[in-house]
Design a protein around this ligand. Sequence first.
Ligand SMILES: *[C@@H]1O[C@H](CO)[C@@H](O)[C@H](O)[C@H]1NC(C)=O
Ligand SMILES: *[C@@H]1O[C@H](CO)[C@@H](O)[C@H](O)[C@H]1NC(C)=O
Ligand SMILES: *[C@@H]1O[C@H](CO)[C@@H](O)[C@H](O)[C@H]1NC(C)=O
Length: 366
Amino acid sequence: MRKMAWYDVAGVALGVIGSMLQLWIITLQTGNSPHTEFLLFPGSDGLFQLAIYDNEEYRVPFHPTQDVKFLLYTPSNRKEAFRIFVNNVKILRTSPFMPNISVRIFIHGFGMSTRLGKFAKEIVKTFMAEDADHCNLIHVDWEKSAMAPLYNTAAANSKEVGYELSKLVHFLVSNGANLSTVHIVGFSMGAHVAGFAAKHFKKNYGQMLPRVTGLDPALPWYFVRGALERLDYTDADFVDVIHTNGKSSSMFVGLGIHNSIGHADFFVNGGDKQTGCQGLLNRVRELPACSHMRSWKYFLESVASAKKFLAVPCPDYPSFKAGLCGDCDKTKSNCSMALPMGFWTPPTARGNFYLLTKGRRPYSYT
Ligand SMILES: *[C@@H]1O[C@H](CO)[C@@H](O)[C@H](O)[C@H]1NC(C)=O
Ligand SMILES: *[C@@H]1O[C@H](CO)[C@@H](O)[C@H](O)[C@H]1NC(C)=O
Ligand SMILES: *[C@@H]1O[C@H](CO)[C@@H](O)[C@H](O)[C@H]1NC(C)=O
């Protein structure tokens, strides 16, 4: 394990001081101190940052074309993104978009962006590798609307972002993309953006999106509001969810939803805390980001092979722990019942699935 360096400590301290400063500025600007509950959420860099569980009083007007960017990568522009716009056929025609290959859309979470941190870069690296399955990869950059520290404001914005995305998908399909190849993958708050996109798509265009994958969908704000206000299995033909941080230590709440909300729900290491995220150094450095961020790291690792992350169906974690359902990935038992988690999950998968991982890359036992 890498030792904590002075700049890690300084980074955390600066993050906290910076968030306090933002809070102070907001108080000055609005004249009332935010009704606050504090949360710690991972930022793009994986270190935690402050999130204020505010009222919705700081909502700012939403400008779709400025606040949401759609960044396209294809086999002919693997490294440099090409920005496309909803309903701008002229730009789409001049873009490298290829209607005859699949469309994979990725959405980051609260306080994240496509410029900073590893999330966006690793996705591009994985899907734009020379030998990767050819696809149009679209990053939904909603950095401006997802900005920390106002959590509820970002959550309220996530609906609008989803609406914009539904329009983009419709626009691409109207211009030759094959709807059955569209796959939307969202991390944390981004999972709910995907859910909203699918809900709007169903409502406005009368069609279901084929697949939405939720990577540890964010819990705060969303869960208490019910299925219409979060990602849900009714949103798309197939909704698969990877749970990695449903509950955390006594110090922090889990950042992800622990309950089953998809057609297929994968609970990795029980779905609450991840192997390798314990230990004092990891806690200071990465908690609560570590377990939450693992969801997208597992997903990206899964792309390499349908034989990775083999999960067995099981009613709950205690039964799985007791060995009642077998454990394909680690001990190779009950593999006839197992399904791959992540990229290769078949759309026919239904129910709750369990598996264990290693604490470090490669995380899958197989
Ligand atoms: C898609 O279309 C492009 C350009 O028309 C062509 O070069 C490419 O081979 C096609 N790819 C597939 C997978 O059909
Ligand atoms: C659309 O994609 C699906 C799934 O890959 C495929 O079965 C179907 O033939 C495609 N339709 C067209 C018109 O290319
Ligand atoms: C295999 O999994 C099924 C479904 O969960 C369960 O009913 C069965 O008992 C398991 N068998 C073994 C040997 O673990």
